[in-house]
Design a protein around this ligand. Structure first.
Ligand SMILES: C[S@@+](CC[C@H](N)C(=O)[O-])C[C@H]1O[C@@H](n2cnc3c(N)ncnc32)[C@H](O)[C@@H]1O
Length: 225
């Protein structure tokens, strides 16, 4: 169990009576994120797990845009799991499954990934804004699980701020990094190269780096042939 999980999704609209949280960042970023996912997911079917889904707003947006894909949101925070389920019911989309409780610091992720009651081999794993607000072992568990559960043409898609070549890509990211580390010395903006090294350890290679608004990146990993 991860010790430090921050509550998220309280900086947007007030919490709805059914538990739906709203994250201001979702409204700013979802179009740009979906545009990058488009070439990876268009025309595809299968199971995609979103880890650290937070409010659950992204998964609803993805499920609308990619109706042939079955979406499996997840988180480990109780308020977030409630919000995800509330957004799922509110959206009424048949291609979103109830949220799984996945703690990425466990490389098995959750029993459902192993016992056949969860998704099959994955078309993709999507993870936004998690690994810098969590200890490094969360990144390790994320990548280990992706290496294990992705199908042969599957991809790990990772959104967030990253350092490149040992340097921050913007002063605002450096300031953010310091504030994260002050809050918890185990947190911090991660290096693309460090994540790449983790991925290489499970046979995944970096195939795409997309520059996103507000100095974020989307890293795309796939199996090395
Ligand atoms: C900053 S929020 C991002 C939420 C969402 N992905 C987004 O970008 O809108 C970080 C999320 O990671 C989740 N999280 C933190 N530690 C985790 C862990 N060990 N395993 C799975 N999720 C975790 C938190 O509960 C939270 O929902």
């Amino acid at each position: 169990m991860a010790e430090y999980v921050v509550e998220f999704g309280k900086d947007g609209r007030p919490v709805e009576p059914d538990g739906r949280l709203d994250a201001a960042a979702f409204h700013r970023n979802h179009e740009a994120i979906a545009a990058v996912l488009l070439p990876y997911l268009t025309g595809k079917s299968g199971d995609v797990v979103e880890v650290g889904s937070g409010t659950g707003q992204h998964v609803v947006d993805f499920a609308r845009r990619f109706p042939d894909i079955t979406w499996w949101p997840s988180d480990l925070n109780a308020a977030h799991l409630k919000s995800i389920e509330a957004w799922r019911l509110h959206a009424g989309l048949a291609n979103i499954r109830p949220p799984l409780r996945i703690d990425l610091s466990d490389s098995d992720w959750c029993p459902e990934m192993l016992d056949g009651s969860g998704p099959g081999k994955l078309l993709a794993v999507f993870c936004a804004n998690v690994i810098h607000i969590a200890p490094w072992r969360v990144a390790e568990g994320l990548v280990a699980g992706a290496g294990r559960y992705l199908r042969s043409d599957g991809r790990l898609l990772l959104y967030g701020p990253f350092k490149r070549g040992g340097k921050h890509t913007a002063i605002s990211n450096a300031v953010f990094d310091s504030s994260l580390r002050e809050r918890d010395p185990e947190w911090g903006v991660r290096e693309v190269e460090a994540v790449e090294q983790l991925a290489a350890g499970v046979g995944l290679g970096l195939v795409g780096v997309s520059e996103m608004p507000a100095n974020n990146l989307i890293l795309a990993f796939e199996r090395r042939s």
